[in-house]
Design a protein around this ligand. Structure first.
Ligand SMILES: [Zn+2]
Length: 161
């Protein structure tokens, strides 16, 4: 077991076991969003990449990948991904970890789907990380237009009158 103190968190982890897990668990999904993630993986900020790889995580193979927000003018899409790590994560306050604009929420195993990692394990959920849309697929089809929160509130208020 190795340990790391970082932004109020105490991590105890088994880097070799985590590496071994990623070597045998591969993301097989071929949807446009996953393909784009793999294709643009090098856009992950270096500090985030270094943090994750320090635990033995293979950043190209998240256990969950989701992308619902697109900034179409900038041709960017948000990449929400989760990774699991063999070990434990403890914090008094439980704040999210911030690395540049990227938010990293440590997850306890109860907040995660079972990904065939034996206990003890924890996860990291990454938010607010944007990669360019570089696959052939039409961004408008993959990310249909969504109303902003402000528009939704306005629509709700006008209905309530
Ligand atoms: Zn997918």
């Amino acid at each position: 077991m190795e340990s790391l103190q970082y932004q109020g968190w105490s991590f105890e982890f088994d880097k070799a076991a985590t590496r071994g897990y990623y070597a045998s668990h591969r993301d097989e999904c071929t949807c446009a969003s996953c393909r784009n993630f793999h294709k643009t993986i090098e856009e992950m900020p270096p500090d985030v990449k270094r943090f994750l790889e320090g635990f033995g995580i293979d950043i190209d193979h998240p256990i969950e990948q989701m992308s619902v927000i697109a900034l179409k003018k900038e041709n960017l899409v948000e990449q929400q991904v989760q990774y699991c790590v063999k070990g434990t994560a403890i914090s008094e306050e439980g704040h999210e970890i911030g690395i540049g604009p990227v938010q990293i929420a440590p997850l306890n195993k109860n907040a995660m789907a079972n990904h065939e990692m034996e206990e003890p394990y924890f996860g990291f959920a990454l938010y607010n990380m944007y990669f360019h849309w570089t696959v052939e697929d039409d961004i408008d089809e993959v990310y249909p237009e969504q109303r902003s929160l402000m528009q939704k509130i306005k629509a709700f208020l006008s209905r309530a009158k």
